[in-house]
Design a protein around this ligand. Structure first.
Ligand SMILES: Nc1ncnc2c1ncn2[C@@H]1O[C@H](COP(=O)(O)OP(=O)(O)OP(=O)(O)O)[C@@H](O)[C@H]1O
Ligand SMILES: [Mg+2]
Length: 379
């Protein structure tokens, strides 16, 4: 079987803990050689799903197939899977090299083969010179790389990663994301990664599966997940998003018309919405423009008042209120932070966006509270 066909297939898998359904009828496929990320907030069922794929936990219902073979009766140690756990699990009394050699010894590799493999995977994870150190003599990032080398050293068909980077500081985490992607592509090993960090998911993945409440909300490539969110939850979980409550007033050639507060807005939707439908209108901070005199054209414009400016280095983030929309908080990025233009609290401005940037979803779909927004993980 070659690159591109489904290596892992999860069919209608559920897992119950007492009365709680942690994973609910999840189905997905992972193509051979792909890097797939399961993305979602804490408690949504990511680790539970990963542990069922690994064979550490039995599904209450449903099946996992690897290379077309049902895994129901195949114990974890018989599956060719390397795993890096959410909580680091290096052997503290073993050196880096001994840690990496461990799965090779367990799996009965010939003694003559072990040193070469250990060296290769320590080199791949850029740990040359650190072979003899014990975990407490390594930095957090170096320990993570030992764990990765150990998961890879026996040549697994599948690599499962449960938030292996979440304990690292931001800079190191971002470096490791690229490093990880490099190693994964170099080896071509099919990988399932779990994270609640949207940036990590966008940067590293061929495919993203967004989960919430034990269920899949969307499964797509990173650009589609970001640009064409399937529902309100996905729209607010990725990116800095304002959500405006509204009611559909008309559907015509110019788009779907919505009343929100006293404002008449137009937006885009991929579903059939009828007049009277209660909707959530989502708009990303990078689509909301603060219009200046030279102002670009916008389909929708509103009066607004600056509430707060947050300097983020490469950009300013503004929190605004538009009287026509009531108390709803709006967020706008201004990427030209070097320009002297800078708006102060209480300043009156005109804001705008284009029809295609306002995404309409049925209000009843899974999601956060009206007017709330998600602050991109904990970057
Ligand atoms: N062994 C268990 N017994 C009972 N409940 C469990 C068990 N393991 C997980 N849960 C519950 O199942 C739900 C999903 O847990 P899971 O660990 O899969 O979440 P997660 O998405 O990995 O979260 P996090 O990002 O915090 O690691 C949670 O509500 C959790 O409390
Ligand atoms: Mg988890």
């Amino acid at each position: 079987m070659g690159k591109g066909d489904a290596m892992v297939e999860v069919r209608q898998i559920s897992r119950r803990f007492d009365s709680m359904l942690a994973v609910e009828r999840v189905s997905m496929q992972v193509r051979r050689g792909d890097f797939l990320t399961i993305l979602g907030p804490s408690g949504c069922g990511k680790t539970t799903l990963l542990r069922m794929i690994a064979g550490f936990l039995d599904p209450s219902e449903g099946h996992v197939l690897i290379d077309g073979q049902p895994m129901n009766d195949v114990p974890a140690y018989r599956r060719s899977i390397g795993m890096v756990f959410q909580r680091l699990a290096l052997f503290p009394h073993m050196t880096a090299a001994e840690n990496v050699a461990y799965p090779l010894r367990m799996r009965g590799f010939h003694r003559s083969e072990i040193p070469g493999r250990v060296e290769r995977y320590l080199r791949l994870t850029r740990l040359e010179g650190m072979e003899g150190r014990r975990p407490h003599e390594l930095s957090g990032g170096q320990q993570q790389r030992v764990a990765i080398a150990r998961a890879l050293s026996f040549g697994p068909d599948l690599l499962l990663l449960d938030e292996p980077l979440s304990a690292l500081d931001r800079k190191l985490r971002e470096e490791m994301q690229l490093e990880f992607r490099r190693i994964q592509q170099e080896l071509g090993v099919t990988t399932i990664n779990v994270t609640h960090d949207q940036r990590e998911a966008l940067v590293m993945s061929d495919q993203i599966v967004v989960m919430e409440g034990g269920r899949i909300q969307q499964s797509d490539d990173p650009e589609r997940v970001y640009r064409l969110p399937a529902n309100r939850f996905v729209a607010s979980f990725l990116g800095m998003t304002s959500i405006l409550p509204g009611v559909v007033t008309a559907v015509d050639a110019g788009g779907t018309r919505v009343r929100s507060g006293t404002a008449e807005l137009r937006g885009r939707t991929s579903i059939d919405l009828q007049p009277g439908a209660v909707v959530a209108c989502a708009i990303r901070a990078e689509q909301v423009r603060i219009l200046t005199d030279e102002g670009a054209h916008c389909d929708t414009t509103l009066d607004a008042v600056i509430r707060q400016r947050v300097f983020e280095g490469d950009r300013n983030l503004y929190e605004l209120r538009a009287p026509a929309l009531g108390e709803i908080r709006l967020y706008a990025f201004d990427h030209d932070a070097n320009r002297r233009r800078r708006h102060a609290p209480q300043e009156k401005v005109r804001i705008g966006w284009n029809v295609g940037d306002l995404l309409l979803f049925p209000a009843s779909e899974v999601g956060t509270q009206p007017g709330s927004m998600n602050q991109q993980g904990e970057n």
